[in-house]
Design a protein around this ligand. Structure first.
Ligand code: GLC
Length: 451
């Protein structure tokens, strides 16, 4: 019942948030799904990637257009911005409303987690559209090369970010100490965070910031984020498979697969905490590992290059732990045992305890990959129940299912993918003995359509 209801709400949201037109500033047409008509009217990179996956269940033409629009924003150097501000009429108030540092007038100068590779693979598997793949694969590959060339930490080999929102997890308490806001009372967190972000962005603004500016040298915020690196390693593996399918030369595929394995190995070497049984981010300015237990500590269970022994510890000790993450409406973005855990959105700040559909979606596939099929299905069912009860909100209370943040929120429509995945192959086994391959076993196999 909740699956049918949540799917209907997801479809409505995808229809309501659809945006098409021609951008004078960018001199090209666009066709995308905005994250939320009121709160986020432009195209956001990782949101759009999630939207494209959801759209494979609704309209494969829109799924392809979504990613084609996004990847048309890749610059000649290979940079893909977090935000693409296509709409000429809305752009003027954007810098006032959002923390956006614009570059060339219509692109943000920041990155987002590179979910786009997984989205390209899912859309390709759903459509079999080789023509489309030949068009979107080069800019996707260029962006991953850009990340490697401009964002690799020399010491760890992991990707680095220069401001918290480049992980997409904006106000996560794992960044509080680095931003100097760790002792702030709950009611003041939101304001303190915005103030800290503004001073970071102001400091970066001079000399004039470009996507390739050497911000590492400024030593203001340099961070190896576990979520960003997991998504990156996963994306490299997706691109390796796609390059093998579409590319003329297997060497590119081999290189990408090797780069993916190297990131997994670096996560094990630098972020895996044997005592905790979890992965922790690295603050390269302070020269220490973050010790705040957040949902991103769980994400590497997705990666083949992370050994089963580590993945099973993460799952058994943390994800399925009823005191930390396995709450009535999982998965909270921060463990319930953390002092900063905010299940009721009292701080008004995001990623401080609420449950998020995009994180659940990654963890669903991670659980399946490790053979926890029954637990994965429970997670999918509970995620659909959140959307059925409270609509497609930005995030949800892990204890009471209340909706918080933006309304008509796009990536909560990933429940369509969760619903399809659980009903396509009903649970037959649980426990860590079976394996599943998300990128090939999932998604409908639709008939290829012409462009
Ligand atoms: C918030 C989130 C970011 C997301 C954006 C649009 O800024 O932190 O991850 O991309 O909203 O939904």
């Amino acid at each position: 019942m909740s699956v049918t209801e949540s799917s209907a709400k997801a479809r409505d949201t995808l229809a309501r948030n659809h945006r098409t037109g021609f951008s004078r500033a960018a001199q090209r047409s666009y066709d995308f799904t905005c994250p939320s008509p009121d709160s986020y009217p432009f195209q956001w990179a990782w949101d759009s990637s999630f939207h494209a996956v959801a759209l494979t269940h609704v309209d494969t033409r829109r799924a392809r257009d979504e990613l084609r629009s996004l990847l048309s924003a890749v610059t000649p150097t290979g940079f893909l911005p977090h935000m693409v501000l296509w709409q000429d009429d809305l752009r003027p108030r954007a810098t006032a409303d959002f923390r956006i540092d614009l570059w060339e007038g219509w692109r943000s100068v920041t990155i987002a987690p590179p979910v786009v590779a997984r989205a390209v693979e899912r859309v390709y598997r759903a459509t079999g559209d080789d023509l489309w793949l030949r068009r979107v694969l080069p800019p996707a590959l260029a962006f991953f090369r850009w990340l490697r060339d401009h964002r690799t930490s020399p010491g760890t080999g992991l990707l680095e970010i220069y401001q918290p929102d480049e992980s997409g997890l904006d106000s996560s308490p794992k960044y509080d100490a680095a931003l100097g806001i760790q002792a702030v009372p709950e009611g003041a967190v939101h304001t303190a965070w915005h103030r800290a972000m503004r001073s970071l962005i102001t400091a970066y603004a001079s000399p004039a910031r470009t996507p390739e500016a050497p911000l590492r040298d400024r030593r203001l915020f340099v961070w190896n984020d576990v979520l960003v690196n997991t998504v990156y390693a996963d994306g490299l593996a997706c691109l390796a498979r796609l390059a093998r399918t579409a590319g003329p030369n297997g060497r590119t595929a081999d290189r990408l697969a090797e780069e993916s394995r190297a990131i997994g190995a670096a996560l094990m070497r630098h972020c895996w905490d044997e005592a905790d049984g979890a992965f922790h981010d690295l603050d390269l300015v302070a020269g220490r590992r973050s010790d705040v237990l957040t949902a991103s500590a769980l994400l590497p269970v997705l990666l083949d290059s992370v050994p089963d022994t580590a993945a099973h510890r993460v799952i058994e000790q943390h994800l399925l732990n009823e005191r930390e993450f396995w709450l009535p409406h999982p998965v909270p973005s921060v463990a319930a045992t953390e002092p900063s855990y905010d299940p009721s959105f009292r701080t008004g700040a995001i990623f401080r305890g609420s449950s998020w559909v995009n994180l659940n979606w990654y963890l669903y596939w991670g659980l399946r990959r490790r053979g926890y099929r029954a637990e994965a299905d429970t997670l999918a069912t509970r995620t659909c129940a959140l959307v059925a009860a409270s609509g497609t909100r930005e995030c949800y209370g892990p204890e009471d299912a209340a909706g918080h943040g933006a309304r008509s929120f796009g990536w909560s429509s990933l429940v369509l993918d969760l619903a399809a995945a659980t009903t396509a192959e009903p649970t037959t086994a649980s426990g860590p003995t079976t394996t599943a391959e998300p990128t090939t076993a999932s998604g409908p196999t639709a008939t290829p359509e012409e462009d």
